[in-house]
Design a protein around this ligand. Sequence first.
Ligand SMILES: Nc1ncnc2c1ncn2[C@@H]1O[C@H](COP(=O)(O)OP(=O)(O)OP(=O)(O)O)[C@@H](O)[C@H]1O
Ligand SMILES: [Mg+2]
Length: 392
Amino acid sequence: MNASSSMNNAILQVEHLSMKFGGLVAIGDLSFQAKRGEITALIGPNGAGKTTVFNCITGFYKPSEGMITLNLRDGNNFLLERLPNHEIPARAKVARTFQNIRLFSGMTLLENLLVAQHNKLMKASGYTILGLFGYSGYRKASAESIELARHWLEKANLVDRADDPAGDLPYGAQRRLEIARAMCTGPELLCLDEPAAGLNPKESAALNALLMDIKDNTGTSILLIEHDMSVVMQISDHVVVLEYGRKISDGDPQSVRTDPRVIAAYLGVDDEEVETVLTEVGDEDVIEQLDAGPDSAHGPGTSSSYLAGPVTDTIGHSEGERVTVSKGASRAGQVDERAKAAASKAASPAAKSAAKSSAAKSSKAKPAAKAPSGRASGKTTGPAAGKRGGRK
Ligand SMILES: Nc1ncnc2c1ncn2[C@@H]1O[C@H](COP(=O)(O)OP(=O)(O)OP(=O)(O)O)[C@@H](O)[C@H]1O
Ligand SMILES: [Mg+2]
């Protein structure tokens, strides 16, 4: 596949995206693509920057640097970072749900889905009160909106509760209602922020079924943030992994699940313990790959860490106060140290083998306290067990 066909195939292209809050680099030089008609999952430990990526895509934040291109089926494309917020759903056809449920809890399910179609109805009314009473275009649009709402209530298995207040629904059903509401806006890209959070296994299965239905029958592409690996591994076509705002892995679910960087990130161990823990889980190949240092194709340049961006020494507050941040406060510093150590090990085979034998020895001497026992037993398959993995 040549470059131009791969570009057309991508509904979303994020290129060199950075988002800084004062001295905190929430996202650093992030690039990835979401392909049309696929489910792309964005995963990573808490605070990795996943929601910040969504906020940049959907216009809640204007990125500090980078480009976000949305390619519609009709050939139109938009640079989302330049589009006014309200035009992102309307023109670029991007819809989202939030990490915390945001429904109109006092309104019925049907009303929630009709509110989502407000723009279409207002346009049909000719923006006049007369339109609401007599204008045939409005009556037609109104009937279509109710039909569309009904369609999505059926898909979400909620049609029996159409006239109940949304706040009365169980949690899993509220999540599906949010997705149904987003689908009523006719999106080409649907961004879901942790839709499976707090769901029981039955509700998770219902969510998976709804998302697969959307993927197979509407052509809407899905970008999914999720901690629930049973959802990610079962339904995603492509997974992008973030840690400390940096991309640490990018590929199909199977390759990501066995990526040593992802395993290390989800084990939630201190950097200096990673090698020890990986020795304990018994994967020599993983250790070899870690020894080779950061993968430049997935992370930033060779000079800095592949996990975190540099943090400036001082932060300016709006009140004018300036706070000095110690170097040690930055994960970037620690990870840079690890990258340097890996580089020097690679340069010296003798030192490398010595380090490995010392890691093996220390693994015998000291159990990995932070690694859950299932993983330490060698049965781990990457992040599969890490529902809320990671470091804070
Ligand atoms: N508006 C903001 N101002 C300052 N810092 C922010 C802001 N929004 C996010 N951050 C910081 O950016 C980092 C990434 O946060 P983000 O919410 O994107 O993480 P996340 O991957 O979605 O985490 P979680 O899995 O817990 O939802 C965090 O350190 C967070 O504190
Ligand atoms: Mg989040």
